[in-house]
Write a protein that binds this ligand. Structure first.
Ligand code: HEC
Length: 113
């Protein structure tokens, strides 16, 4: 192989490597599903779980997953009373509740902008 051909081959390998790296940065289908589930909470708990300044309801972003899980399961089973959440939590499967808890736990408390 000539040096010129080697260079082209090397450029191709580097291009493939960078394409693979950017594919890994793209959000997975699972994380997009979790985010759209979490969007059903935005009306009351803020966009991406970040409460608006002065909001009466707590933001959910950054809350530890075990706490979120416990509270949501308590609302669902009726062991924690509430106005809205007991009704609402019943609409989610246990698997969805786990996804919600994991998603909000990793969501940043403050805006990324
Ligand atoms: C219609 C408004 C509304 C929506 C939508 C809503 N919530 Fe709530 N949430 C509340 C209210 C009100 C409370 C306080 C408890 C109560 O009265 O039910 C609360 C409390 C909570 C708490 C307890 C917070 C704490 O400090 O202990 C968690 C956790 C929670 N919500 C999670 C969620 C999740 C997850 C979703 C989406 C699946 C969601 N909420 C959607 C209104 C809402």
């Amino acid at each position: 192989m000539t040096p010129a051909l080697l260079r082209v081959g090397l450029a191709g390998v580097l291009l493939m490597a960078s394409l693979c790296a950017s594919a890994q940065d793209a959000p997975s289908a699972q994380s997009l599903r979790a985010r759209s589930l979490a969007a059903t909470c935005a009306a009351c708990h803020g966009t991406d779980g970040r409460a608006a300044v002065g909001a009466t309801l707590p933001g959910l972003a950054g809350m530890p997953a075990p706490v979120l899980l416990e509270q949501l399961k308590a609302f669902k089973s009726g062991t924690r009373a509430g106005t809205v959440m007991p009704q609402l939590a019943k609409g989610y499967s246990d698997a969805q509740i786990e996804q919600l808890a994991a998603w909000f736990a990793q969501a940043p408390r403050v805006s990324r902008q």
